[in-house]
Design a protein around this ligand. Structure first.
Ligand SMILES: Nc1ncnc2c1ncn2[C@@H]1O[C@H](COP(=O)(O)OP(=O)(O)OP(=O)(O)O)[C@@H](O)[C@H]1O
Ligand SMILES: [Mg+2]
Length: 346
């Protein structure tokens, strides 16, 4: 006797109780358990021999179903910095300027052009362009929510474009914020979750990412960003203490120009300016690091990340003032926070 006959296939009560089973309308055990390939073959037949008429169970559609099911979520580590947005995902990484521009197009039209990222940096060269940095000292500005949303959208567009993930796959995002910007957690999460592609978003102290990438669970990270320098103390993967300082790359790059940080070759050409102000930056950072380290009594080893450490003379000046310390710099200090956030998303 086939399984079909053992289990009731028609309603157990009511008028259709003992109606015979029609091919393709089977709801027996073999149908429920072995939904995709009930008879273990590719001929689209059930174990009881009835031909399967449900198209979705046919092998052609099975491949599609499996792809969607196993593709899972797209994992993204997102570092929306004052100077640059850094993004690491399953298929690579990229960065673009944390910049928004707007321009009224000439006298013959009312049209307005707006852009973020690389397009915004290009637009800067045209006359009559207004530029806004939606992130200030690592924090998304309240009055620039729309612009921050555009930066998030640009990141997700690039992820989805470059990875060729099926449009249906949702994203799991881990994003960073400065240590002293915990109060921005909810507003940033809301902005990111407004994008329909995002299923889940978590916010962590951004500098922690660098330690994750270094495969350490305990240590001190100093991250010299464009608008904020972070000192974060981590013990057994828990953030114990930290500081967000105003002494950051902007202190040097502003002396060259408002958007000098976007062009690293410009910094190399103005080595003398960098050297002069790197001293003051290093002096202040070193004093803060010494203060934090003495409060926690750690080993004299620190990991330094952030694009600021790549500005001419900053690394040398910092090392000269932290003589008793062993300074470790990740292979890519600009992307290391984002890379760690991506690891946390996995
Ligand atoms: N290769 C490089 N050489 C010199 N300077 C660099 C290089 N790469 C980045 N920078 C500098 O690093 C700074 C930006 O660093 P980073 O991207 O870590 O800051 P951010 O994350 O945008 O800012 P924050 O963390 O403060 O919000 C800029 O001043 C930039 O000019
Ligand atoms: Mg940063």
């Amino acid at each position: 006797m086939s399984i079909c006959h053992i289990h009731k296939v028609s309603p157990s009560v009511g008028p259709g109780r003992n109606r015979p089973v029609r091919p393709g309308s089977c709801r027996c055990e073999s149908d429920r358990i072995g939904r995709l390939w009930p008879d273990g073959t590719r001929n689209g037949r059930y174990r009881h021999g009835m031909p399967c008429k449900k198209r979705a169970y046919r092998p052609k559609n099975l491949a599609l179903l499996c792809r969607r099911f196993f593709a899972g979520m797209v994992k993204i580590g997102l570092d929306i910095g004052t100077g640059f947005v850094k993004c690491v995902c399953d298929h690579g990484s990229f960065r673009f300027p944390s910049l928004y521009t707007r321009r009224i197009n000439g006298q013959w039209t009312d049209s307005v052009s707006e852009a973020v990222g690389d397009r915004a940096a290009k637009m800067l060269r045209t006359e009559g362009t207004t530029a806004i940095s939606p992130i200030y000292r690592g924090r998304p500005q309240k009055q620039y929510q729309k612009q921050v949303e555009m930066l998030v959208k640009e990141s997700l567009d690039r992820v989805y474009r470059t990875t060729h993930v099926p449009g249906l796959s949702k994203a799991r995002v881990v994003v960073g914020l400065p240590y002293e910007a915990a109060s921005y957690k909810n507003s940033l999460t809301k902005i990111i979750c407004r994008d329909p592609r995002v299923q889940r978003c978590d916010v962590v102290a951004q500098a922690a990412g660098t330690l994750v990438v270094a495969d350490k669970s305990t240590g001190i990270v100093v991250s010299i960003g464009q608008g904020t320098s972070e000192i974060v103390v981590i013990e057994d993967n828990k953030i114990l203490d930290g500081r967000s300082l105003e002494w950051a790359s902007e202190f040097i790059t502003r002396k060259i120009g408002r958007f000098a940080h976007l062009d690293t070759s410009l910094l190399s050409r103005h080595r003398d300016v960098c050297a002069r102000y790197a001293k003051a930056l290093a002096e202040n950072l070193a004093a803060e690091v010494t203060d934090v380290v003495s409060a926690h009594g750690y080993e004299r080893e620190i990991t330094v990340s952030g694009g600021g450490i790549l500005i001419p003379r900053v690394r040398q000046e910092l090392a000269a003032r932290l003589k008793g310390f062993e300074i470790e710099v990740p292979e890519d200090p600009v992307m290391s926070n984002a890379a760690g956030l991506y690891r946390l998303a996995q």
